[in-house]
Every structure is written in structure tokens, then in C-alpha cells.
Design a protein around this ligand. Structure first.
Ligand SMILES: Nc1ncnc2c1ncn2[C@@H]1O[C@H](COP(=O)(O)OP(=O)(O)OP(=O)(O)O)[C@@H](O)[C@H]1O
Length: 260
């Protein structure tokens, strides 16, 4: 297995009002395999977004080290950090589109800002991605004129423009109905198979990403438990994992028990 990202004994804490420390990550270690899909799960406030921010260098760790492709990036800044970020594509909750820009302009933005490509080439690249994500014909629309699922697809199209090696999805299907959620995840899987990126998905909802995950990391009170396929999670003897399974994987777990 080739490792894309490695956390070694990473600590992240924030000051509490009472003068103590809130330990969001308490010396956690894990690896993210290259070209696979890792799901980071956990209840609200357990540090999922903090973990993504550490990976992106938007926050600094208070201890331990973070490695991307074997290179220590824990304290990179300036140019090196900018360069590191070009390797990541990010799709945050609201897709974060610019309302005053059209679909085309939103998707073209990274190419215009981060590359020296000419307009003709940009047009060809954007059209190709829009075609792959079934968005052709919508280039001139503004985000307000799109459905939630279309906005996510535009966000994905934009995130893919710089050929990221690692895609980070933070609750990418929030606000979408179950059918659209499945369609978006299907699209991720197809795009990943075609482009070959490493995928990290933050999700509250394990059942929705059940078929996608090659590895699941469950965060709880500063600790992480790493599982292979989601089927392995219910086998854990830990109380908080059992509670997590009951609340988030109930349906799948029960149907497996019935089948078994
Ligand atoms: N910049 C910050 N300053 C202080 N505390 C912070 C900061 N960022 C996050 N926290 C705290 O760290 C904890 C973890 O936050 P995080 O956003 O990572 O949770 P999460 O697991 O992503 O939750 P959710 O599922 O609700 O988005 C929370 O208690 C939060 O209040």
C-alpha cells in the first residue's frame, strides 16, 4: 500500500474558558492510502473539520507531524504551502460557489488564478469537465438558478480543474435528498476511478458512504479508531463505537444480523 498522508502522534488543542485545554486530537496516528477512499466519521464537534484543516495547512498542529507523500509538511508555510495546496481539491459543505459568477466562470476560476493557460485552452478544459459531470448547457447560469445537486457538481467540477492528487469532501451531501446523495456519491466514485485521486470524505452518515469507503476513521474524544471496510466497525468491542454503530449504522447492522 502506498501512503498518501500520514499523521504521527498529532495533537491539536484549543484553550477552554476555564483556562484548561480542549484536546481535539490527542496524539493521533493514522495513514491515508493513496488512490483509495477514506471516510472520517464521528459525532458533531469531534474534530473532523479540524483534521481536514490540518491536512490542508489551514491550521497548525500543536504536536506530532503530518506527512504528505512521505514529506514532512507539519510546519510548511509561504510558497511551499501554496504549492502543497495545489495538490488538493476541496469540496466543502455549501460547494462555496461565487454567486456573482456563472457556472463557467466558477469552474474556470482556478485555471485563471493559478495557471498561465490561455482563454482558449481554459474554455476547452472547462467544457470537457462540465461535459463529464453532465453540466453542459448550464454554463451561463448563476448558482442561485441551480438545484442543490447541480451546485455540488459545479463545486466538484471546479475542484477537479487543477488535477488534484487528493480530494477532500467535507459533508458533501448536506441538504440533498437521499436520491441526489446517492447520485453525488456515485459520481465521486466514477470520477475517482477515472482520475485516480485519493479521496477523503468527512461524513456524519456512514450508511450513505458505506459502499465507497476503503477505510473508515472514527473520531471520538480526541482519539481515532481506524477500520478497514465499514463492515468491521460493528465488530469493535469499544463502547463508544457500539453507540456510534447503533445511532448511525443501525439499519445496515440490523439487516446484516438478520441475513447472518
Ligand atoms: N478555531 C477554533 N478555535 C477554538 N475551537 C475550535 C476551533 N475550531 C474548532 N474548534 C473546536 O474543536 C472541536 C472540533 O471541531 P470540528 O469543527 O472539527 O468538529 P466536527 O467533528 O467537524 O463537527 P461537525 O460535525 O459539527 O462539523 C469543536 O469543539 C470546536 O468548537
Amino acid at each position: 500500500m502506498t501512503v498518501a498522508i500520514e499523521f504521527k502522534e498529532v495533537e491539536k488543542h484549543f484553550p477552554k474558558r476555564d483556562g484548561g485545554l480542549q484536546r481535539v486530537l490527542d496524539r493521533v496516528s493514522f495513514t491515508i492510502p493513496k488512490g483509495k477512499t477514506t471516510v472520517i466519521a464521528g459525532r458533531s464537534g469531534q474534530g473532523k473539520s479540524v483534521t481536514l484543516k490540518l491536512i490542508l495547512g489551514l491550521m497548525k498542529a500543536d504536536g506530532g507531524s503530518i506527512h504528505v507523500d512521505g514529506k514532512d509538511v507539519t510546519n510548511v508555510g509561504g510558497r511551499a504551502l501554496e504549492q502543497l495546496r495545489t495538490r488538493f481539491g476541496v469540496l466543502f459543505q455549501g460547494a462555496a460557489l461565487f454567486d456573482s459568477l456563472t457556472v463557467f466562470e466558477n469552474v474556470a476560476l482556478p485555471l485563471r488564478e493559478r495557471t498561465s493557460k490561455g482563454e482558449e485552452e481554459i474554455e476547452a478544459l472547462v467544457s470537457s469537465t462540465l461535459g463529464q459531470l453532465e453540466l453542459l448547457g448550464h454554463e451561463g447560469k448563476y448558482p442561485a438558478q441551480l438545484s442543490g445537486g447541480m451546485r455540488k457538481r459545479v463545486g466538484l467540477a471546479r475542484a477537479l480543474q487543477l488535477n488534484p492528487e487528493i480530494m477532500l469532501f467535507d459533508e458533501p451531501t448536506t441538504g440533498l435528498d437521499p436520491v441526489m446523495t446517492q447520485e453525488i456519491y456515485q459520481l465521486f466514485a466514477e470520477t475517482q476511478a477515472r482520475v485516480g485521486f485519493t479521496s477523503i470524505i468527512v461524513s456524519h452518515d456512514i450508511p450513505k458512504v458505506f459502499n465507497l469507503a476503503d477505510q473508515v476513521i472514527v473520531l471520538h474524544q480526541g482519539e481515532m479508531d481506524v477500520f478497514g471496510r465499514p463492515e468491521e466497525i460493528p465488530l469493535s468491542k469499544k463502547e463508544h463505537i457500539q453507540a456510534f454503530v447503533q445511532t448511525t449504522m443501525g439499519e445496515i447492522y440490523q439487516s446484516q444480523q438478520v441475513e447472518g
